[in-house]
Design a protein. Sequence first.
Length: 80
Amino acid sequence: MFQEFIPHTEIYAPPPATDKDPAPIREPVIITVIGSALGVELIVNVLHRLGFAEARAWSKSQIDPRSGKSMRVLTKWIRH
């Protein structure tokens, strides 16, 4: 079952800061939606309509290795 899970392999490295213009610190936040295939798709579509994320920004539907349910993952970048 674990072979069905596609791991997140993106590597995060914060941008270099300079004394003159310190770059804002960015960090990834991973959002995971797990449930029935219909429920997961409904949540992704609702979040798209609310302007949270494009539907195509989410991963393809996967199987959650713990529960066996449908799962989609999104990485959002925040600045602080």
